[in-house]
Design a protein around this ligand. Structure first.
Ligand code: SF4
Length: 405
C-alpha cells in the first residue's frame, strides 16, 4: 500500500477549557488572539503554496479548531480550499469539538471543500466526561453528528477513551450503544494515560482519583473492540477502526512513513529526509508572521528510516510488507532482527507470514514493549542500504526542505 503523500497538517491550539488528561500544545482561547493566529497561519500557508507544495490530504487539528470565531474559521478554510483544494486533494478532515461546532461553521466547512469531520466524544457517560474534564454533556455528540450530516458530511469519525477512573463494563456498553446509534464510519479508541503535568496525573498523585488496574483496562478495551467489530468496524491500526473504505488517509500516510508538512505553532514536519517542529509558542508564532522557528530538526539517516518503517508498520493491522522492507534494507529481515522476531513470535505477540510481519491481538495490547524489544534486538549493521529510504515526498520535486527558515 502506498502512502497518500504529501499530507498537510494545520494546528489550531486553542481550547476554552483544558481537559484533565490533555498534554497537547494548547493555549487558552481568546478571540482576538485566535484572529491574529489565523493571520499568521495564512502567511505560513501562503509561503508553502509559493513553494509549489500541493497536499493530497489536509488535517486541521488541535486544540479545538471549531472554537475559532466564524470569521477566522471562514478565512482559514476558504484560503485552504482556494490554495490546495485542487484535483490532487483526496481527503480533508477537520477536528471539531461537539460543543463548538454549529450549523454556520459546518456549512462554511462544507462549502470550502472539507469532506471529513472528526469529533472527540471520549465517552457518553456523564461521570466519565466529568473525570476527563470535558466541557460537553453526553447528549451533545449525537446532536453534533446529526447537524454535520444535515450539512452534507458523509465521512464522520468519533474518538472514544478507554480506561478512565470509574469506567465499568456497563459504561463501555453504553458507549457502544451510542456509537451504533450515531453510526460514524470511523472510530478511534484510545487508552487513557496519565501524562506528567496533567490535572489528572496530579489528582492521581494526590489520591483523588484511582486509576483502573491495567488488567481491568485491558478487559474493557477488549469489550469495546469486540463490540465495535460486532457493529461492523474493522481495526486497521492499533487505535483505529472503520467501516470498509473509511480509513483516515491522512493518518495512514503517517504510519506508512509518507512525507507531510505541518503549519502552526508546534506543528510537526517530515520532508526531504528530515523531521522538525515549529516552535510551540503561540505568541512567538504570531510574531514570526508565517516564518516560525524550526526546532528539534533531525536528519533521518538510512538506518533511522528503516527503523521508523518497521516500527510504524507494526501499528497497522496489515503489518510490515517484508519484501518491500528487505528490498530497501538490502538484507533479509531475519538477518537484521531474526532472533528478536522469533522470540516475539514464540511469545504470541507477532505473527510472521510469507509476506508480512504483524502484531497479534495480544501484541497490539503491549505494542510499546514489542517495539522496545525490536529496538534492542535488531542489528542494523546487517543492512546493506543503498540510500533509498522510501516514501517521503512532501518537498516539491524531492527538494530538501529549507531548514534555515
Ligand atoms: S479538547 Fe483536546 S486539545 Fe483541547 S484540552 Fe481537550 S484533549 Fe486537549
Amino acid at each position: 500500500m502506498k502512502p497518500t503523500a504529501p499530507g498537510l497538517y494545520v494546528h489550531v491550539p486553542f481550547c476554552t477549557v483544558r481537559c484533565s488528561y490533555c498534554d497537547f500544545h494548547v493555549a487558552g482561547y481568546r478571540a482576538a488572539v485566535a484572529e491574529r493566529y489565523v493571520d499568521a497561519l495564512l502567511e505560513e500557508l501562503a509561503a508553502l503554496e509559493g513553494e509549489g507544495f500541493r497536499p493530497r490530504t489536509i488535517f486541521i487539528g488541535g486544540g479545538t479548531p471549531s472554537v475559532l470565531p466564524p470569521d477566522a474559521w471562514g478565512r482559514l478554510l476558504r484560503f485552504l480550499g482556494r490554495a490546495f483544494g485542487g484535483d490532487d486533494l483526496e481527503e480533508w478532515t477537520v477536528e471539531a469539538n461537539p460543543g463548538t461546532i454549529d450549523r454556520e461553521k459546518a456549512e462554511i466547512a462544507r462549502e470550502a471543500g472539507v469532506d471529513r469531520i472528526s469529533t472527540g466524544a471520549q465517552t457518553f457517560s456523564a461521570e466519565g466526561l466529568q473525570v476527563l474534564g470535558r466541557e460537553h454533556g453526553p447528549e451533545v455528540v449525537a446532536g453534533a453528528h446529526a447537524l454535520l450530516r444535515e450539512a452534507g458530511f458523509e465521512r464522520l469519525s468519533l474518538d472514544l477513551i478507554i480506561g478512565w477512573p470509574g469506567q465499568t463494563a456497563a459504561a463501555v456498553d453504553e458507549d457502544l450503544r451510542r456509537v451504533r446509534e450515531i453510526d460514524p464510519g470511523h472510530v478511534s479508541l484510545y487508552h487513557l494515560s496519565y501524562e506528567e503535568g496533567t490535572a489528572l496525573d496530579r489528582q492521581r498523585r494526590a489520591g483523588r482519583v484511582e486509576p483502573l488496574p491495567d488488567p481491568e483496562v485491558i478487559t474493557l478495551a477488549r469489550r469495546a473492540l469486540s463490540g465495535l467489530r460486532e457493529a461492523g468496524y474493522a481495526r486497521y491500526e492499533v487505535s483505529n477502526l472503520c467501516r470498509s473504505g473509511e480509513e483516515s488517509l491522512h493518518n495512514l500516510n503517517y504510519w506508512l512513513r509518507g512525507g507531510y508538512r505541518g503549519v502552526g505553532s508546534g506543528a510537526a514536519n517530515f520532508a526531504g529526509g528530515a523531521r522538525w517542529r515549529n516552535l510551540a509558542d503561540v505568541g512567538a508564532y504570531i510574531r514570526a508572521g508565517g516564518r516560525p522557528e524550526r526546532v528539534d530538526v533531525e536528519e533521518i539517516g538510512a538506518v533511522g528510516a528503516l527503523e521508523e518503517r518497521l516500527f510504524l508498520s507494526l501499528r497497522l493491522e496489515r503489518g510490515l510488507d517484508i519484501a518491500e522492507f528487505e528490498e530497501r534494507a538490502g538484507a533479509s529481515l531475519s538477518a537484521i532482527c531474526g532472533d528478536a522476531i522469533d522470540e516475539l513470535v514464540g511469545d504470541g505477540l507477532l505473527v510472521r507470514g510469507t509476506d508480512s510481519l504483524r502484531a497479534t491481538e495480544r501484541g497490539f495490547e503491549v505494542l510499546d514493549a514489542v517495539i522496545l524489544k525490536l529496538w534492542d534486538g535488531c542489528d542494523w549493521e546487517e543492512a546493506r542500504i543503498d540510500g533509498d529510504t522510501g516514501p517521503d515526498d512532501a518537498s516539491p520535486a524531492g527538494a530538501s526542505p529549507r531548514l534555515d527558515r
